[in-house]
Design a protein around this ligand. Structure first.
Ligand code: C2E
Ligand code: MG
Ligand code: MG
Ligand code: MG
Length: 283
């Protein structure tokens, strides 16, 4: 009886694993094809400069318009792309599309910086810095208008190659931001050596600023650290007015979050930029 149960258990387990494996391979093939066929989309979330009350930047966030499963978020396919070796392809598409969009806004008189998330494996690819330079030149975007958001994970796992690659793009004038700052190892060593321009404090600290004296102390001290190093601090995940006002009062440089705007399709960005400035002028 026990043996039978076990055998059945093993069977069920293998079936599930096999099914998942097959599904995964299917998805990988679909993603590879989807990137080639233009199924990726960028949404853009405004970043408000608190000192001036103006939207000066947007963060590009990738989505996959899957033919049958609908619009998928990065949580549904970034890990897949990473493990399938598709990150270089995806990142190239994202940087290119972000710069193309930035160009279009400029042609309409809207000058925005655009921040792009780049994964560790894409940054340490030897072709990456040159590719960024080529795309900037192709679209006629000043390097200062592009920011690369990297995670602390990158800085821990591949220190020398990362420093080298980021130094090259930084040398072009491209900004470098540490995304989700404070959730990784937060080693101060890399802040000493790395050519970063911005810290983007993780939303877990921002969300609890109002209710937790500790979070609030972390926000204040990170702001001091950033400013002492000549870096900007961006607060992500700003979800209410009180948090926005508190950040402005502390002297935080940029704020981003649902309270200001959700990530938007490109066509909706110009209106949102105006709406946010107007709402602030009234407040
Ligand atoms: P992230 O770079 O930290 O991006 C911020 C995420 O928080 C976005 O989720 C955004 O929609 C969400 N968010 C913005 N404001 C708020 C808020 O007020 N409250 C809350 N709760 N969430 C907010 P999304 O678009 O699902 O992206 C998730 C992650 O996927 C990103 O985190 C980033 O690490 C990664 N990602 C997105 N686009 C790309 C890409 O093009 N390439 C790579 N490699 N990774 C990407
Ligand atoms: Mg980001
Ligand atoms: Mg982040
Ligand atoms: Mg995050």
């Amino acid at each position: 009886y026990a043996a039978k149960g076990r055998r059945r258990g093993v069977l069920v387990y293998d079936e599930a694993r096999d099914g998942m494996g097959r599904r995964r391979l299917e998805l990988i093939a679909e993603l590879r094809q989807g990137i080639g066929e233009g199924q990726l989309r960028l949404h853009f979330q405004p970043q408000l400069e608190l000192r001036t009350g103006r939207v000066v930047a947007v963060e590009a966030l990738v989505r996959w318009q899957h033919p049958t499963r609908g619009l998928l978020g990065p949580g549904d396919f970034i890990d897949l792309a990473e493990s399938a070796g598709l990150m270089g392809l995806l990142t190239t598409w994202v940087v290119e599309d972000a710069l193309r969009q930035c160009r279009q806004w400029r042609d309409e008189g809207l000058h925005l910086r655009v921040a792009v998330n780049v994964s560790p494996s894409a940054v340490v690819d030897r072709a990456f810095p040159q590719q960024v330079e080529r795309l900037l030149r192709h679209h006629g975007i000043p390097a200062e208008r592009l920011v690369l958001e990297v995670t602390e994970e990158l800085l821990m796992n591949n220190p020398q190659r990362t420093v080298d690659a980021l130094s090259v793009v930084r040398g072009l004038g491209v900004g470098v931001s540490i995304d989700d700052y404070g959730t990784g190892y937060s080693s101060l060593a890399y802040l000493k050596d790395l050519p970063v321009t911005e810290l983007k404090l993780d939303r877990s600290f921002i969300a609890s600023m109002g209710s937790s004296a500790r979070s609030s102390a972390i926000v204040r001290s990170t702001l001091n650290l950033a400013h002492a190093l000549g870096l900007h601090l961006v607060a992500e995940g700003v979800e209410d007015e009180a948090t926005l006002l508190a950040l402005a009062g502390l002297g935080c440089d940029l704020a981003q979050g649902y309270h200001l705007s959700r990530p938007l399709v490109a066509d909706d960005v110009p209106d949102a930029v105006r709406r946010i400035a107007t709402a602030l002028a009234r407040a």
